[in-house]
Write a protein of this length. Sequence first.
Length: 415
Amino acid sequence: MSHTPGNSSNTWQRPLMVFWVTSFFALMGGSVLGPIYPFFLSTLGLKDPAEVNRWTGYMWAAVLFPTVISMPFWGMIGDKFGHKKMVMRAMFGAGAMVFLTGIVTNIHQLLAVRIVHGCFGGFLMACQAYMSRITPRERVGHVFGVLQTAGLTAMTVGPVFGGVLVQYLGFTRMFIITGIVHWIAGLAVFFLIEPDKPELGIRTPISFIKPLRSVLRSSKVRLMAGIRLLIDGTSALFFPLLPLFIQQVIGSATPDTTRIGFAYSVTGVATVIGAALIGRLGDRTNHKWTLTTCVLACSLLYIAHGLLSTFPQLVVIRFLTGFFSAGILPSVMAIVVMHTSSAERGVTIATVSSLCSLGAAFTTFFGGILVNAVGFRWVFYGVSASLFIAWIISTVFIKREETFAHSAQQAAGQE
């Protein structure tokens, strides 16, 4: 039996609402900054477009590499001492680093801040681990989908404000305000969320091999980790450079932050709709169907990215990509939760997420170099091929009966 906040079957709904609201406001700050980040680098002495491409990838990788190392560690700490503490640690730490970003004066100071920022990563992972302990098994896909909509809704609203506000406030004020928003969200979690506790009677040791063992123990978790690494890692290849691609499609010599923000927001609207619908659909039917359908659709849509030539085409394709990509994470993580004991869900979720970050770190590091070498369109075709391979693996190796009703007894036996 888990030591979890409250005893009612409905106790998971209030924490979900609190996490959604705090995640929204914190992540909205990040989404405000996303579309303008490459242009911020230009204020730190980078003038050559190819140099901006390279350093944009370097800056995202500088966050992701430390995240890969730190997330499993934070997952173990959360399993041992509670995941609420991990949510606050990530929120306050990220807020401090974003605040410092607003006052850096050169590219090397920014690189150092980004590296430390990565060490505080794992906010959404900690929320997922907390919720996985108190949510009925048959609602986990829905809950993960709802949590995902917080970031997606933020991505819808944030870029619109970001493109406009940066013209009035400037980069420095935008980063400082975003850091303060993170701190306010952390305080909200402190006051409104009950602490969670480790499993009764289970001592969770801190070990460097425990994260890897938590994934390797189950063939289903290994499979989901590999699929997520393949999908999220390659999909992250061009994400930091998306504003530059949109700028290229628009054909304007100067940054059109308003239309760039609009393109981001269209994607956000679609992902909010997709996450809300597809996560619940997977719980009611089976997660194999939702996962394979969404992966195949995204593979075809990345081919469409390489063929588009106008801004209206880009808006339509980004909407469809957002809708179908929203169904991938809830399906993958729901299957992970099915085959993980509640005593190790924090470290398992964190390790699977860190593998995703590992792939994203490598691909974003080389993203700018690849775009300079072959152009955006061939990068899109490569991402499409990777997703198609993930679709084949998912179709062949995931059983159709991957539902909570089918796996409840098996997962209960692991506990």
